[in-house]
Design a protein around this ligand. Sequence first.
Ligand code: FBP
Length: 284
Amino acid sequence: ANLARILNAGRLGGTGRMVILPVDQGFEHGPARSFAPNPAAYDPHYHFELAIEAGLNAYAAPLGSLEAGAATFAGCIPTILKVNSSNSLATTKDQAVTGSVSDALRLGCSAIGFTIYPGSEYAFDLMEELRDMAEDAKAAGLAVVVWSYPRGPNLDKVAETALDIAAYAAHMAALLGAHIIKVKPPTEAISLDAAKKTYASHPVEVGDAAKRIAHIVQACFNGRRLVVFSGGESRGADSLLDDVRAIHAGGGNGSIVGRNAFQRSKPDALKLLSDIIDVYLSEV
Ligand code: FBP
């Protein structure tokens, strides 16, 4: 029922597609780097309002942000409590548990959100933490959203988004029991150097952007799990919309767009989010 709340909300309600606003960048990257481009975004109420006015499916954020808006926006939009967090001052590719299933229930959330870093020295700990939290979340009827970001000593920036690595990370999130899997849009395939004694995949057809998305969907149980793709750093609307068209054409379930939304002025963000939703409402 909680997954259905997300799927049935907003302008995309009932289509199987979704657009989510994630605002954990203040934690992950720092406040000024995240919010200085649009200072209104220092206020967590701003993000609730933006997601609601844009007709999005859900708003995802860490504990403090959801608590700050709970009294005002209760029941106005499905929320996802991000229950682990990293920060840019840290020296390890790890995440601290910063929220709980009982916090999510107290705040009326529809889901918990959890980041894993396949490839990190801490990947197994993160997966075991996710296993425990997902069991509790599911027992309480909450959906589980997994941010699966390949990251670690053997993965450079190119490998982090490489198609075969991204598909592997997405598949592990599905195997860990995620209802919604979140990855970055995949770039070209790359099998890691055998000399490094790390992952070397079966060759994957690189294809165009839509074919790459289709391969990620295939890795998420052939479409039996929902998969959404992040927006990344703020950039021109045309480039972001090209990604969204490829996600739509490749059978992805939607977008989770943070910086490209809240770092723009509100009218510009509303226009861009509306254009993104229109893509998902169009015929493939
Ligand atoms: P964006 O649309 O801003 O990229 O948000 C998606 C997201 O996953 C956030 O939830 C998270 O804070 C951020 O990307 C992490 O980005 P990175 O670790 O690549 O800097």
